[in-house]
Each structure stands twice: as C-alpha cells, then as structure tokens.
Design a protein around this ligand. Structure first.
Ligand code: NAG
Length: 418
C-alpha cells in the first residue's frame, strides 16, 4: 500500500478510535426487533377504551381530561391500578421469549413535572424504573420515548392532550421545560446504557404544520444532542443514542442532518401506517402488502441508523376510538367526510371473530413489513404489544393466534416481496 494511503487510513482509524462510543446494542450490524408498550404510562383511548368508558363522561378523551373532569382520588386509583396491571414483569419475559430485543416505552412530560393549571396526575415514573429493571433482567433494550411535551407537539390524544393545533413549539417555556426533562432522563439512565440504549426526545412533532414547528424541532434535536450525548459538562460523550423523529417529513428532508463525523450516536425514527387517510383504508389487502414491500426503496440508503419505530398490521382504522374517543372510522364511513369502504365487522375486536383469510393476510402483511424494515432499515418496533379490544394491532394477540411467529425470523412467506 502507498505510504500516504496508509497514513491516511491510520489517521482515520485514530479519529474513529477517539470518537468511538459503545451503544448498548450493535445498531447497524444487528436488527432492532421490538414492540411499543403503548397505552401504559400514557393513556390512549383506543388501547384501553374501558378506562374511558368507565368514567361515564364523554368529555374525557385523553389523559389531560381524565384528570380534569374526575375526582382526583378516583382518577388516581384507576391510573394506579392500570399502571400496576397493564404491563407487568411477565410481559417483559414474554417479549424476550418471542425473540424480540427492544421495547419502546412512551412516557409523558407530566411524569416529571406538572405546571400550574395542568390537570395531569403523576405517579408513572417509578413504573418506568420498573420497566428498565425488568428489561435488564430479560435481556431487552429500552427506548425511552418522550411521547407528550408541554403544550402538545401534535395535538393527538396520545400526546396527553387532544387539541386542534399543537402549542409546544409556539412558546419557548414549553421547549425549555422539555429540554430539562431530557436532561433529567439522561441523568437517570446514563450509567445503564446497556439497558436504556436509546432516548427518543420527542415523539411525532407535527412537522406537517409548517416551517415554524420544523425549525423549532430542528433546534430541539440539536439541544437534545447536547443533553443526551454530552451529559457530563465535558467533552466526554455518553453511550446513549439520540433517536430523532422525522416529523412526518420525507427522509430526503433530513439528509445530512446530524450525521457523522460531526455527530455521533444519532438515529432516525420513522413511523409507517397505512390507515390514516381515505386512500390508505381504500387499499385492498394485496395493495397493502405491495405498499409494505415498496417501503424498501423509500427507506434504503439513508445516512443515519434508521428504525421504523411504529408500524402496524392493521389494514383499517376500524379499532374503536383509534381516531379519537367519539370519532368514527374512515373505513366504514363514520369518520366525518370519509367515504364508506366496507363494514368493520370481523376486521377489529377479538381475533375469535377474524376469518382464516384475514389472519393469513395479517401474517403476510406482518412478514412483508418485517422483510422491508430489516432489508432497508436497521430494524423495527411494532405498535403495540397489547390492546384491550383491537387484536389486529396487538403483537401478543398475533403470537397467540398464529399470525406472528414465535421467532421473528421464522417466515412463512420469505418471498412475498419478490
Ligand atoms: C408558555 O407556557 C408556559 C407553560 O409551559 C405558560 O406558563 C406560559 O403562560 C406560556 N406563555 C404564553 C405567552 O403563552
């Protein structure tokens, strides 16, 4: 080898050495396979409709109103029972036994602090600690995901507060409060990155609302980089990976953003659903599968580690309250302005009502997505591990009813994407 080339190589190796970090999981060389523990530490009406129906109050549509419109002790009692029972240590054992290596745990800002006039009820944080302990005992890695920020970053019920337009980005106090929480989270877990390998500083900011929120989000990803990757106040890096979300922009929007060598330990999260538009729910089953296969070209070649951090086997938005408590479904035309595609009967609810053909489709759709997200990205985290009454969304129901294999590499349709 030419000596100059050798020197250049050596120089590069030395730089790499100096920057080397040791993530808790070999991202990029092993595939992330995981599930979201949705509807646990952040309530979602469609995941646990009974918690909302039992209030007898139609105005309770999210965790904010759950606290606002109920007696504190009543609401606290229901929440504590839910935190104690919805996910337990045995779920972590079952997730590990299903051949998965990650769990993503959504948590809201209100677990850390509640401002004046904010009706959230606290008490979730010890359960996050439990989750980390149980994950560690079962050899699972944890993605801690801040799912709701002060003001709400998207206005969805799953941000804690269902509002017409997000307010997080329009008030610097909201952003500063969020920064402080990310600092606190990193402080809680920076010595356990062999378990908490990733912090995702904000779920699904509504980038489609325009440049103002996008510019706040971009700055927030930079600030979170400091809070997550440099928590010691020195030039020493942590081993925690920062998982940023694409804010619903095409991946091309983010090309070159926070990339090596200037940035280390950053990964991109993208969420893929085929149920949240009229066109999506109008697709036939073969079209859903083709769309899943087509994701391979959309995802491939991105310049950061790329994780499909949410996706689903559901081909419809039929699950009760999926679009919000009291809101209907596009598929059966009960969503305002939508066009009837078909009846929801047999497409949501208990797997015992699903036809053999539907279960075969669910298996094929699951496999097509797993194949794509492993071929073109660094892995996947399915939404969700458990649901009360929407088995088409549930990883555990899929395992129990055979449309998800006990070992995620055990494919029945390995050539489904051609
Ligand atoms: C900004 O948000 C904080 C809470 O995070 C609130 O106390 C304050 O009143 C808000 N300011 C404005 C101008 O809305």
């Amino acid at each position: 080898m030419h000596s100059l080339a050798k020197l250049a190589l050596f120089g590069l190796a030395a730089v790499r050495q100096a920057c080397a970090i040791s993530p808790g999981f070999p991202y990029g060389s092993e595939k992330v396979r995981g599930v979201n523990l949705g509807g646990w530490l952040v309530l979602e009406p469609w995941i646990t409709p009974s918690l909302f129906d039992n209030t007898g109050n139609d105005a309770i549509v999210d965790e904010w109103t759950f606290g606002e419109y109920q007696n504190y002790d009543t609401a606290l009692g229901v929440l504590q029972n839910h935190w104690n029972t919805w996910i337990t240590e045995s779920d972590f054992a079952a997730i590990a036994a299903a051949g998965l290596n990650h769990v993503r745990v959504p948590i809201g800002y209100w677990a850390f602090e509640v401002g004046p006039g904010e009706p959230y009820i606290q008490g979730q944080l010890p359960y996050l600690q439990n989750a980390v302990t149980w994950a560690g005992q079962n050899g699972l890695k944890v993605i801690v995901d801040l799912h709701g920020a002060p003001g709400s970053q998207n206005g969805y019920d799953n941000s804690g507060h269902r509002i017409p337009y997000p307010e997080w980005q329009s008030n610097q106090t909201n952003v500063q409060r969020t920064d402080a929480i990310i600092k606190q989270l990193e402080g809680m877990f920076e010595s356990q990155t062999n378990v908490v390998s990733i912090i995702a500083p904000l779920n699904e900011p509504a980038g489609y609302d325009g440049d103002q929120i996008l510019s706040v989000v971009r700055q927030y990803w930079y600030d979170s980089y400091g809070n997550i990757r440099y928590p010691y106040g020195t030039s020493q890096q942590s081993n925690t990976i920062e998982l940023i979300h694409d804010a619903f922009q095409p991946l091309s929007y983010w090309t070159g953003f926070m990339t090596p060598p200037n940035y280390q330990g950053v990964a991109m999260d993208t969420h893929i659903y085929q149920v949240f538009s009229d066109a999506d729910v109008a697709m036939t089953w073969p079209q859903h599968i083709s769309a899943a296969c087509a994701e391979q070209s959309a995802l491939s070649g991105f310049d950061l580690w790329l994780i499909v951090g949410e996706w689903s086997t559901s081909p419809t938005d039929c699950a009760t309250y999926l679009n919000g408590r009291g809101v209907g479904s596009r598929y059966d035309g009960t969503y305002s302005g939508s066009t009837y595609v078909g009846s929801c009967t047999g497409l949501t609810g208990s797997a015992s009502t699903f036809s053999a053909a539907y279960k075969t489709f669910l298996r094929q759709f699951w496999e097509a997505q797993v194949i794509s997200y492993e071929a073109a990205a660094d892995g996947w985290v399915m939404w969700a591990w458990k649901t009360e009454s929407a088995d088409e969304w549930s990883y555990s129901a899929g395992l129990q009813n055979g449309w998800i294999p006990q070992n995620p590499t055990d494919l029945e349709y390995p050539s489904i994407c051609g």
